[in-house]
Write a protein that binds this ligand. Structure first.
Ligand code: SF4
Length: 227
């Protein structure tokens, strides 16, 4: 597998935000989101066997939560899915951040899939969500929308209602996008959509979603890697 980095931090997003977590960031992505904060994953990476990744994870005990992210981890599904199963068998809690562009039906059901459904503001990466993947979602999973405008919010709102997401997944996350060139200050002004505005829209529409701020960009400087 091609690995960019593996480290321990606290989870910055989802309903697991704030929980100590081991991040396994895999190389390569087939999308190009306009607001991507992980462009350094697009090329390169170091070849690691699954056994070596497992050993690196085990060395970070006692942390028992592992997230596979990228890039797009599902581009390495052939080796990734068996590795996830080994971790589950060893009683790790496993998460995966994915765009949902690749088929998700074979992902072990105990894995918490955080599926980032792209909105119009993602630019060339929109639309990319594979609609059949709606059938692969369970209450164990979360759907995330990264929003950079009112138009993105309306897309997320309509998608949530049209597909009755609240009945399918454990949480619906609305996450304001960060600027591509944020200041080093750990402030909300670095977001391209004001979270105060977003909260007003959510309350007005009674949307069954939760505001999700990337807390690692408030704990550390927004551009910091490996945290
Ligand atoms: S899917 Fe993720 S890694 Fe790929 S371009 Fe979009 S934000 Fe970046």
């Amino acid at each position: 597998m091609y690995l960019i980095e593996l480290y321990k931090s606290v989870q910055g997003e989802s309903t697991f935000a704030g929980v100590p977590c081991i991040f396994v960031r895999l190389a390569g992505c087939n999308l190009r989101c306009a607001w991507c904060d992980s462009t350094y994953t697009f090329t390169g990476g170091t070849a690691f066997t699954s056994e070596r990744i497992l050993a690196e994870i085990e060395a970070l005990r006692p942390c028992r939560l592992v997230e596979f992210t990228g890039g797009e981890p599902m581009l390495q599904a052939r080796e990734l899915l068996p590795l996830m199963q080994v971790l589950l068998d060893r009683e790790y809690e496993v998460m995966m951040e994915t765009s949902g562009e690749r088929p998700l039906g074979e992902v072990p059901r105990a894995v918490h899939k955080i599926v980032d459904v792209k909105c119009p503001g993602a630019g060339a990466a929109f639309p990319s969500f594979r609609m059949e993947n709606l059938d692969a979602l369970t209450g164990n999973d979360e759907v995330k929308f990264v929003l950079s405008s009112r138009r993105d919010y309306e897309f997320a709102r309509d998608f949530t209602r049209e597909h009755d997401l609240a009945a399918k997944v454990g949480a619906i996350l609305l996450s304001p996008a960060f600027s591509q060139a944020p200041s080093p200050l750990r402030i909300a002004d670095n977001m391209t959509l004001d979270p105060r505005e977003l909260v007003e829209w959510m309350l007005e529409d009674g949307l069954p979603a939760r505001l999700s701020l990337q807390i690692h960009k408030f704990i550390w400087e927004p551009m910091r890697k490996g945290v």
